[in-house]
Design a protein around this ligand. Structure first.
Ligand code: ATP
Ligand code: MG
Ligand code: MG
Ligand code: MG
Length: 479
């Protein structure tokens, strides 16, 4: 079943069941606390928080999402994309667990001829929150799932919350058993590669209040109006329904992956290292295309930095694969536009604009790399000759300061040569530079107006620092 058809079926099922179909919001979140939309519920947040009254009590959508928190997982696990689409159904004070659980079960297990996905009920597992007996009873009694395929999980996995004070509640996650070829038995608690999480049902049941720490925010009581928020991974559904090993081999991402293999002359399946690179390229080219289409431009902070990092990682991986400095991004972007164009026709209409942004960044990065790579190689060689495996912090700093190498690039390049970067010294030098810049700015009475210093600080302050936000519980918040 094609990805576009999976999305269509999902919406049709919930529309038939009284839900209003709501189009995807832009990846650029309206929500000021978020950099990019990272879940299907984000556009509905004002309804869940009671800040606005929804014009419907049931809604369904296919939402574009970017999760920067998953970037480093891409290509290594079978299930994490940096851009993915979340299929969701939402209830605003309408049905609760007794409605959401049977809906999910019916859609997953009813036959393809009947508009469902035809999953074998015997291969389905679920998790429920530690004390959520109510959900477990519905799974057992209303759905008929055997008790030994229901597992209990704690706060980290199966409890959701949004702000303080704010709504919170238990989740129930649905997993598909891909079989013994993918790992040991024992259910999702034992192995999340074999048991692939496809759908998360969130039950917004309680209100949480202020407390002394994150772990002990007290539950104030039940919400007057309970809500449902669910998220199903479109790419993961496609992997299962198309019988492929991982999301990067599905109909959309697989096309970019195959083209990347052709262009670089590397066969997919040849070895694990180049396979990871090919998957990263397929994923990142698509993410970059979707971000640019939503108006993001490469830059040194916030969303622009996310895009720049994703583009640079694609280009670096292409060079690693091909062993030369050819430019491939234009060709691959064209494939991404075509692969996603049926679902998102605006990609085709904006193709020229998307190409010009991505092509320019590729050229820009090629210049940076050319300038810095010679210095990097000399420093790496010196390190090895001295019998050490530690790339000096001072060299990493110089690469940043003189050639504009972001630290994550130096880290990656060093790791490829089996070297570790002395990050502590690097960060000390960065700190010293920041302080000097501050003193300078004060002396010149510029205060914070020196934007270049600020931008540089954002680019180089380490993974959480430079993005200027932290992510937890699937949410990114501006610090
Ligand atoms: P995982 O535990 O596998 O990282 P998650 O629990 O973080 O997933 P949720 O926040 O529950 O994911 O998101 C809802 C659904 O969205 C998941 O059940 C999954 O199908 C899908 N999903 C989440 N993250 C990704 C991703 N990085 N790539 C593709 N699909 C994803
Ligand atoms: Mg996750
Ligand atoms: Mg999970
Ligand atoms: Mg989940």
């Amino acid at each position: 079943m094609e990805t576009a058809e999976i999305a269509r079926r999902f919406l049709a099922f919930f529309e038939k069941n009284g839900h209003t179909v709501v189009p995807s919001a832009s990846l650029v979140a309206e929500d000021p606390t978020l950099l990019l939309v990272n879940a299907g519920m984000v556009p509905f947040k004002p309804y869940f928080l009671g800040q606005r009254t929804p014009p419907y009590t049931r809604a369904t959508s296919v939402q574009k999402c970017v999760r920067t928190i998953d970037i480093d997982e891409v290509g290594k696990t079978s299930r994490h994309a940096s851009f993915f689409q979340m299929l969701g159904n939402f209830s605003f004070g309408d049905y609760f667990k007794e409605g959401a659980i049977p809906f999910a079960w019916e859609l997953l297990t009813s036959s393809v001829a009947d508009g469902g996905f035809g999953f074998d009920p015997d291969r389905m597992w679920v998790t429920v929150y530690l004390d959520d007996d109510e959900a477990e009873t519905i799974w057992r009694e209303k759905v008929g799932l055997p008790a030994d395929r229901i597992q209990r999980r704690g706060k980290a996995d199966n409890f959701w919350s949004m702000g303080v004070p704010g709504p919170c509640g238990p989740c129930s996650e649905i997993y598909f058993d891909r079989g013994p070829a993918y790992g040991a038995e024992g259910g999702p608690v034992a192995d999340e590669n074999r048991y692939l999480e496809v759908w998360n049902l969130v039950f917004m049941q309680f209100e949480r209040g202020e407390g002394s720490g994150k772990e002990d925010y007290p539950i104030l009581g039940e919400l007057p109006s309970k809500n449902i928020d669910t998220g199903m991974g479109l790419e993961r559904m496609a992997a299962i329904l198309q019988g492929v090993d991982n999301i990067y081999e599905t109909d959309t991402l697989g096309r970019i992956l195959r083209r990347a293999a052709e262009l670089t002359g590397v066969a997919y399946g040849d070895n694990e290292r180049s396979d990871v690179s090919l998957r990263v390229v397929a994923d990142h080219v698509r993410t970059a295309t979707m971000l640019v289409a939503d108006g993001v431009k490469p830059g040194n902070e916030k969303r622009g930095y996310v895009l720049r990092r994703i583009l640079r990682r694609s280009i670096r991986n292409l060079r690693l694969l091909s062993g030369d400095e050819s430019f491939h991004m234009h060709d691959l972007t064209a494939v991404a536009i075509d692969a996603m164009g049926d679902q998102y026709p605006e990609l085709r209409a904006d193709a020229d604009k998307i190409h010009s942004v991505i092509d320019a960044e590729e050229k820009n990065f090629a210049d940076t790399l050319r300038a810095g790579t010679a210095l990097f190689n000399r420093a790496a060689e010196r390190t090895r000759r001295s019998g050490s495996t530690e790339f000096s912090g001072a060299d990493a700093f110089q690469l940043h300061d003189t050639y504009g190498f972001p630290i994550d690039l130096t880290l990656e390049m060093a790791a490829e040569q089996g070297l570790k970067v002395d990050e502590e010294t690097f960060h000390q030098l960065m700190q010293r530079q920041r302080e000097a810049a501050k003193r300078d700015a004060k002396a010149k009475k510029l205060g914070n107006a020196d934007i270049s210093v600020y931008a540089r600080l954002l680019e180089t302050g380490g993974p959480t620092d430079f993005l200027g936000y932290t992510e937890s519980e699937g949410e990114a918040r501006v610090l």
